[in-house]
Design a protein around this ligand. Structure first.
Ligand code: UDP
Length: 328
């Protein structure tokens, strides 16, 4: 049985990865410091003999006993509200955390895949974004702590690949959604669905003409698995190219959920990218991958998940506005 270490195991993506690799017959070591993750996402795995869990901050020295075949580094705050609240931890987990895990991979002779992001492209001047584009990032803006940590992570990972011959993979993840997202993480999908469930109006930031392209989590998992098992070591985009403006998306949510809420407009957060759409030519050609879930099905499943949460969780999740977190 192969053994895989998954950091950020109690988070949205990490917990789905734990499920995937348990299903595929691996021994899974989950690691998380639970700053943004939640044990309820993986509580169903604790009774399994092939699952173990460490409550640990990977920004500090990481060690696990025994053999490790693969490492997936998914520990990081990943929503703008989170990294505005905990900017230093965000910088540390992408830089020091990545360094610790690359070091562990070297010692264990493990293959490591790191979670990068479409944020490395910043507010892109090339559309759709292909992997050759270097990006347009403001290092000192509110998103800089995340974007630059992830850009440093990519540089460090490539250095370990080139100078230590380490087997590395880099996935650039575009906006992804599905069950186990946090209702109060500020991202647009939990925000809009939470608002419909609480009977509030939907808050569109700016005039809503900015675009995003949303990928259902199951499709992302399949792409990550294929990339890990491939020979491809350069960064690879994984996302759904189906692009929509945020205003149209708000209208779509109102229609899909059959609610009667209105749209209200709030100021656009600083450095909010105006457009985002992955070019997935490489993933198609090299991995034979493309997303299969259309938005209405994916949103339907996600809506049912949020609806199943208790009223208490729903109330707790009241949408916070960005202005509360930004210091000039
Ligand atoms: N957004 C919005 N209303 C909300 C939350 C987000 O209009 O209540 C917008 C946000 O400004 C951005 C887009 O939705 O343009 C996607 O935001 P999200 O935080 O989900 O992801 P990211 O900006 O990192 O792609």
């Amino acid at each position: 049985m192969k053994r895989i270490l998954i950091t950020g195991a109690a988070g949205f993506l990490g917990s789905h990865l734990c499920d995937l690799f348990i299903d595929k017959g691996y021994r899974v070591i989950g690691m998380d410091n639970l700053i943004t993750g939640d044990l309820k996402n993986i509580q169903h795995l604790f009774p399994l003999e092939q699952f173990e869990f460490y409550n640990h901050d990977v920004s500090k020295f990481v060690f696990v006993p025994g053999e490790v075949d693969y490492i997936l580094h998914f520990a990081s705050p990943a929503s703008p509200i989170d990294y505005l609240k905990i900017p230093i931890q965000t910088l540390k987990v992408g830089s020091l955390g990545t360094h610790n895990l690359l070091g562990l991979a070297k010692v264990k002779k493990a293959r490591i895949l790191v979670a990068s992001t479409s944020e490395v492209y910043g507010d892109p001047l090339v559309h759709p974004q292909n992997e050759e584009y270097y990006g347009n990032v403001n290092p000192i803006g509110p998103r800089g702590v995340y974007d630059e940590a992830k850009r440093f992570q990519e540089a460090l990972t490539m250095a370990y690949n080139r100078y230590h011959d380490l087997e590395t993979r880099i996935v650039r993840i575009f906006n992804t959604y599905g069950p186990r997202m946090r209702l109060n993480d500020g991202r647009v999908i939990p925000a809009f669905i939470g608002q419909t469930l609480r009977g509030e109006d939907l808050t569109v930031f700016g005039d809503g003409s900015q675009t995003r392209s949303f990928c259902y989590v199951e499709d992302l998992m399949d792409g990550i698995y294929r990339l890990l098992m491939s020979d491809y070591y350069l960064p690879m985009n994984i996302g759904n190219p189906n692009e929509i403006t945020i205003k149209d998306f708000a209208e779509e949510i109102i229609k899909l959920t059959g609610t009667s809420q209105k749209i209200i407009y709030k100021p656009l957060p600083e450095n909010d990218p105006l457009q985002r759409q992955p070019d997935i030519t490489k993933a198609k050609e090299i991995l034979g991958w493309e997303p299969k879930t259309n938005r209405s099905n994916g949103i339907g499943i996600t809506y049912d998940y949020f609806k199943s949460l208790s009223d208490q969780e729903l109330r707790k999740s009241e949408h916070k506005s960005f202005e509360n977190f930004i210091r000039p």
